[in-house]
Design a protein around this ligand. Structure first.
Ligand SMILES: [Zn+2]
Length: 342
C-alpha cells in the first residue's frame, strides 16, 4: 500500500470500494468527487495500489506494500498504471494527454492483470479531450479501470458522468477531523475554527493554519475595513491582491459576506466561518443593511464559477472589490431607507 496512511474520515468510502473489489463488482469507470482538501487523491492512489498488488491481504482488504507492483506504483513506474495530470501552468487537460491514455487503454496489461488510469482534476479536460475519453468508455477493456478525480463533477460532460459510477467524499466528520488536526496544529484550539472555515475539509484546514495564510486572511479583513471606510480604492486594492490565489481569495470573501448575513440574522458566533475575525465582521456589519448584503452575497455566488473560466482575474477582482465598496457606499434607494434595519 502507499506509504501514507488513508485519512480516517475516508475509511467508510474505502471499505465500500474494498467490498466492491472483493465481490468483483467494481465498475470500470469511476468518478471520485468532493471538496478540495479531503484527500481524494490519496484515496485513489490506495485504490489503484490495491487493484494492482500481487499479494493483497483479504482482512482487511489492503495492498501488501511489499510486492513489485506496490513498489512500482509508489515509484510512479508501474507499467499498468497511468496518471493524467494538468501540465504546470496549463489551464486545461488537452487532447494530447487523453490520446496517450486512450493508447494505454488499448494495450494489453504488462503483468497480465488489471490496468488503471487516473485523471486528476478531470473537470479541467477541454471538450476535445473529454470527447476523446468518451470513446474509451464506450468500449471498456476487461480488467481496465478508469478513475476520474474532480472537485466539480457537474462540470464534466453529462455523457461522461452517466458512464461512470459516482463516489462523493462527504465533508469529514467533526470528531475524526478534530482529532487528526489536533495532532498536527501547534495550537489545537485553532482546529475547530479552521475546520469550519475550510468547510470540514481537514487538509484545507491544515493549510489555512500556515502562518502565511493566517497573515493573509487578517490582511484581507484589514483591507475590507479600509475599502468600506473609503480609505482604499477598489482598483488599487485589486492590483495589490492579484498575486494571491484567486479562488482562495474569492472563497474567503464569499464566506465573509455569508458571515455578515449570519451576524445580521443574529446567528451564534460559533456558526461563523471566519470566527477568528469577529470584531472586524461586527464592525463591517454595523454599517450595512440586509438587502444590500443579500445582493452582494448573490454576486459572490455567481463569481465563484467564473474563476474556472478564462475570465480575466484582475478584472474580476476589481469588480468584486467595487461591489463590496458600493454595498457600503452608494446612496440608499427609497425602499431601503424605508425598510432598512439601519
Ligand atoms: Zn503488493
Amino acid at each position: 500500500m502507499p506509504a501514507d496512511p488513508l485519512y480516517p474520515w475516508l475509511m467508510p468510502m474505502w471499505q465500500r470500494f474494498m467490498e466492491q473489489v472483493a465481490q468483483d463488482r467494481l465498475p470500470h469507470a469511476l468518478i471520485v468527487s468532493g471538496a478540495q482538501g479531503l484527500g481524494k487523491r490519496r484515496l485513489v492512489e490506495h485504490l489503484a495500489t490495491a487493484l494492482l498488488c500481487h499479494a493483497p491481504s483479504t482482512d482487511p482488504q489492503r495492498a501488501c506494500g511489499r510486492c513489485r507492483a506496490c513498489s512500482q506504483v509508489a515509484a510512479h513506474s508501474h507499467p499498468d498504471l497511468i496518471r493524467v495530470v494538468r501540465e504546470e501552468g496549463a489551464k486545461e487537460i488537452t487532447i494530447g494527454a487523453i490520446r496517450t491514455l486512450v493508447r494505454f487503454a488499448g494495450l494489453k496489461a504488462q503483468y497480465g492483470g488489471r490496468r488503471v488510469a487516473i485523471i486528476d482534476e478531470a473537470q479541467r479536460m477541454n471538450p476535445n479531450a473529454a470527447n476523446a475519453l468518451l470513446k474509451t468508455l464506450e468500449e471498456p477493456t476487461a480488467g481496465a479501470y478508469l478513475i476520474l478525480i474532480t472537485e466539480q463533477p457537474l462540470d464534466l460532460l453529462p455523457t461522461l458522468r452517466s458512464r461512470c459510477q459516482q463516489h462523493h467524499c462527504p465533508p469529514a466528520s467533526e470528531p475524526l477531523a478534530l482529532a487528526w488536526l489536533g495532532e498536527r496544529l501547534s495550537d489545537p484550539g485553532q482546529a475547530l475554527p479552521l475546520l469550519r472555515l475550510a468547510g470540514h475539509a481537514p487538509l484545507a484546514a491544515l493549510s489555512l493554519a500556515e502562518p502565511e495564510q493566517m497573515v493573509q486572511r487578517a490582511q484581507l479583513f484589514e483591507a475590507l475595513s479600509a475599502l468600506v471606510g473609503g480609505e482604499r480604492e477598489p482598483i488599487a486594492l485589486a492590483e495589490e491582491w492579484l498575486d494571491r490565489d484567486p479562488h482562495q481569495l474569492h472563497l474567503w470573501l464569499y464566506h465573509a459576506c455569508a458571515d455578515l448575513m449570519r451576524l445580521r440574522a443574529g446567528a451564534d458566533l460559533n456558526q461563523l466561518r471566519h470566527s477568528d475575525q469577529v470584531s472586524r465582521l461586527q464592525h463591517l456589519c454595523e454599517q450595512v443593511n440586509l438587502p444590500r448584503l443579500g445582493r452582494l452575497l448573490d454576486r459572490m455566488e455567481q463569481t465563484l464559477p467564473l474563476l474556472r473560466t478564462t475570465v480575466n482575474p484582475q478584472l474580476l477582482l476589481e469588480e468584486t472589490f467595487s461591489a463590496w465598496a458600493a454595498t457600503w457606499h452608494s446612496a440608499a434607494t427609497p425602499a431601503e431607507t424605508r425598510d432598512a434595519p439601519l
